[in-house]
Design a protein around this ligand. Sequence first.
Ligand SMILES: [Zn+2]
Length: 384
Amino acid sequence: MRKLFYEDCHLTQFSATVTGCKQSEKGWLVTLDATAFYPEGGGQACDIGTLGCVNVLDVREKGEEILHLCDGLLTVGETVEGEIDWDRRFDLMQQHTGEHILSGLINARFGYHNTGFHVGAEVMEVDFDGPISPEELSDLEKKANEAVWKNQSVKCWIPSPEELPAVQYRTKRALPWPVRIVQVGDVDSCACCGIHVAYTGEVGLIKILSCVKFHGGVRLEVVCGGRAYRYMTAVFDQNRTVSQTFSSKILETGEAAKKTQDALAKEKFRANELQKQVFTSIAGRYAGRKNVLHFEENLEPGQVRELADRISRAISGFAAVFSESGSGVSYCLATQDGDLRQLGKALTEALNGRGGGKPNFQQGTVAATREEIRSFFDGNFCVK
Ligand SMILES: [Zn+2]
């Protein structure tokens, strides 16, 4: 059975003869005399596509055979046209070859090994067994992209038993012959059974998105090729919106955002000071009263609490402050001397509310109109 995917990594269509077709639980397991469908292996996902008029859903290598899981029956002896999903394959080749470039550079610089590799739907995760500083990472990313620009060839071959001892390559353990070697330009030489692009230029772009500590080393999130292009386009679109919002140049949005944040912090401080004055003024209006019911629109829960506290300091009984906002009605009951738990319980029961707190401080939300709230206090507690 010829492994056409090893002979030409760009082969998308081929003809083959069906050598076997067995029904299984998930479909039909088809074998061919030649295939361009790469089976899952070496951390690389399998190809999918079509064989004649049936879909290839999964491809696995079992012993000497490559099994194509199909959703339909094929006749043994017939010639079929196969076509692989090239977008998917090329994307996987770009990620995989990009990983080789980074791993080779990291191995050469630090001696670290690639201890994990997973190509997810969005990003590729690559693990290494040692730390890498942000400065080193930035330089590695630059070197990796320079290797892409050089458009060096990617060669795969199986050295003879005599040649193998002289071949330098990355591997986690000694491997018995035959060993398939992938040589990625002058940046990597590694034992690998996966599928790679033919020239590093096909990787297009390598972008490291994040680096976090992982099992004594680091885990990198990386995107290559089409994924990197789409990611950077999305980031650019976001940044263009930010630049329009701040009326800043597209490469000065960070500075513009910082200035706006500083100005906002100053305004918040000023608004807070003014609010304290307003709350003190409101509390002053109730000075000398016993119990007080007060409504104030659009306060945050923290502000409701602040106002209730200020009013309670000016009176002898309790302050009940309610505030309606888009998210509902917040309340706070406060007293300087007394136990409001019973009042709080009666309030939440009567007004479809929820809340709680300390004996002299009850806070929460209710689902009731001003009239219903007034009626509750009129009927139970004097707030005049
Ligand atoms: Zn590889």
